[in-house]
Write a protein that binds this ligand. Structure first.
Ligand code: UD1
Length: 367
């Protein structure tokens, strides 16, 4: 396939790769926009496969059913990335798209980008330029390599544009805002009207914390996970804790699962609508997720990030988001701290990112 064949003059055939929870959220607004004029072939790698980690997002966000389901499942990084690479390559050879769309920073992102680049199919990366500068995070490696393989790079923030420029990438980089904000703005009202989650869990608005923990640095280290759970126990309020499957497995393995304190309300992972509603009305959010830091900021809920770094540095301004690692005392201090500033919730865009992305793709490939 020839990259110079890129000006089509008409309709594009686009293969989009998704596989993990945040990618379903990111692809929804773009898929809807893209399909107005172009053909999208949606490929689900199967990196996330439990219904509550996958199907629920397709239903709630009205994402079209995937054209291919690669059924890759879990595995070591090499195994998972390698299997996706092999299976995406087959799809690309069969479909011969004009370009491939990849999202975020998971193993599905990297494998998709690599498969396309090797076949000389242009790679378009949504959420490019993010850096934590921490190569111990698998996502950091995925981001760096994917960006260097990409032809068009859509950055959510000026910081991301600057990170790319510092690595010599300026051609093809566009500042377009954050597509998760499109999804959030579209669904916040729906969540407010439709989600029964506060009633179901017997929660009063503003009187509970929401917590998520899924990063290997926290879940695969007994000391760190114990410290985090101890902080939740002593937080003085109900902590609603939708538990990622890996976290649950390790809580069991470390002997923590059966002795969790009563104020920790462990529940299965939630769909998008319930999670938005739960976060919106929390007093504070405790997390190690990237997307949740941003969602908390845009919704104006103070966030406590159980990591030592973040790609989303804008959220740290004014103390709205604080980095506390897996340190019990720092987590508890942040829970008690007053947050007086207000968040600038326009920093991640106005909710028109999908439109901007599709328009830039059109300009680059069709005219
Ligand atoms: C992955 C991404 C991470 C992203 C996160 C979003 C990589 C390296 N990591 O992390 O960037 O923030 O998704 O949620 O791509 N499991 C299940 N059922 C599932 C999925 C996973 O039980 O449906 C369990 C398995 O034990 C698996 C483990 O969770 O080994 C980890 O899953 P994996 O996809 O490797 O990484 P995540 O931690 O979910």
């Amino acid at each position: 396939m020839d990259k110079d064949r890129k000006k089509t003059g008409g309709t594009l055939k686009v293969v989009a790769i998704v596989g993990a929870r945040p990618q379903f959220i990111k692809c929804a607004p773009i898929s809807h926009e893209l399909r107005k004029e172009h053909e999208e072939i949606l490929v689900h790698t199967g990196q996330h496969y439990d219904p509550e980690m996958s199907d629920v997002f397709f239903d709630e966000l009205q994402i079209p059913r995937p054209d291919y389901h690669l059924g890759v499942g879990s595995g070591s990084h090499g195994e998972q990335t390698g299997t996706i690479l092999e299976r995406v390559e087959d799809v690309l050879i069969q479909e011969k798209p004009h370009l491939i769309l990849v999202y975020g920073d998971t193993n599905s992102t990297l494998a998709g980008a690599l498969a396309a680049a090797k076949l000389h199919i242009p790679v378009v990366h949504v959420e490019a330029g993010l850096r934590s500068f921490d190569r111990a995070m698998p996502e950091e490696i995925n981001r760096v390599v994917t960006d260097h393989l990409s032809d068009l790079l859509f950055c959510p923030t000026q910081t991301a544009m600057d990170n790319l420029a510092n690595e010599g990438i300026t051609d093809g980089a566009y500042l377009v805002g954050d597509v998760m904000v499109d999804a959030l703005r579209h669904n916040a009202g729906i969540a407010e009207k439709k989600s029964p989650i506060l009633r179901t869990l017997g929660l009063d608005k503003g009187d509970y914390y929401v917590a998520t923990v899924h990063r290997p640095a926290n879940t695969d280290d007994r000391h760190n996970l114990s410290a985090i759970i101890a902080a939740f126990s002593e937080s003085g309020k109900k902590v609603v804790f939708p538990v990622h499957p890996r976290t649950k497995k390790n809580l069991r393995e470390y002997g923590l699962w059966d002795s969790l304190s009563e104020n920790i309300l462990c529940i299965d992972p939630l769909g998008y609508i319930d999670m938005l509603h739960l976060m919106k009305h929390a007093k504070k959010i405790l997390t190690d997720s990237g997307g949740i830091q941003k969602e908390a900021y845009v919704m104006g809920v103070p966030c406590i990030t159980m990591r030592e770094n973040t790609e989303w540095v804008e959220t740290l301004q004014g103390g709205w988001n604080v980095l506390v690692g897996a340190d019990k005392q720092r987590i508890l201090a942040a829970i008690l701290a007053d947050v007086k500033t207000s968040a600038d919730n326009s920093v991640f865009g106005k909710g028109d990112t999908a439109k901007r992305i599709v328009s830039v793709i059109h300009k680059n490939f069709c005219t």
